[in-house]
Design a protein around this ligand. Structure first.
Ligand code: B4P
Length: 190
């Protein structure tokens, strides 16, 4: 199985690049952000709880996102591989993912980390906010909070995956196609 973690701060291009890679490699796209936004649109109990947390730019509790991922992994036993987009975001999530994949006799193939400077992230997200309708893209202070959450809780995973010899850092600034070509090169070498 090919199991790719697309890693990076908010606005680094994880969702954008995942859309291209799922077609190129026939992988199942697991975006915790998309799943949560879908729950909000459907007005489920989980969606109602998640909305205010996401609108502030905070992270959803670990147990919620871990159980979301677990139930999808259990429902797709014949998958040829996954792209994890926006998951894991904390050490607890990363440890759980390793364990869940181990139970399926598989593991993470690579962690592709998109590197983008903070001012570029803010500009991209503010730009998307003009049309996305996403409350978490709407103003700079929420975007700053998302980036701070990333620094505090998610960035430490770089060490976690470096120790596993799985982290590959990729320059995330440039055209979407050029970045995609680099990601494909790295994946093809696996
Ligand atoms: P996500 O949905 O994961 O959103 P994100 O971090 O903002 O990244 P996204 O994938 O959307 O942006 P992209 O870089 O593609 O998370 C949203 C929220 O959900 C979190 O804040 C949290 O509350 C919650 N959540 C999700 N997962 C969670 C978890 N595991 N644990 C706890 N909470 C969780 O694109 C951004 C913009 O940049 C786009 O407009 C795009 O067009 C543009 N862009 C992309 N590539 C570009 C390039 N090369 N050049 C110029 N622009 C580019």
């Amino acid at each position: 199985m090919l199991n790719i973690v697309l890693f990076g701060p908010p606005g680094s291009g994880k969702g954008t690049q995942s859309q291209l890679l799922i077609n190129q490699y026939h992988l199942i796209h697991l975006s915790t952000g998309d799943i949560l936004r879908d729950e909000i649109v459907q007005g489920t109990e989980l969606g109602q709880k998640a909305k205010s947390i996401m609108d502030r730019g905070d992270l959803i509790p670990d147990e919620v996102v871990i159980s979301m991922i677990r139930s999808i992994l259990e429902k797709t036993p014949n998958a040829t591989g996954f792209i994890f987009d926006g998951f894991p975001r904390t050490t607890a999530q990363a440890e759980s993912l390793d364990q869940m994949l181990d139970e399926l006799n598989t593991s993470i193939s690579t962690v592709l980390s998109l590197e983008v400077a903070e001012n570029e992230l803010t500009n991209r997200l503010l730009e998307r906010g003009k049309s996305s309708g996403r409350a978490d893209d709407a103003n700079e202070s929420i975007i700053r909070n998302r980036i701070q959450e990333y620094k505090n809780k998610t960035a430490p995973l770089k060490d976690f995956y470096t120790q596993q010899n799985k982290l590959q850092s990729i320059e995330g600034v440039g055209s979407i196609d050029a970045i995609n070509a680099i990601l494909c090169q790295v994946i093809d070498q696996l």
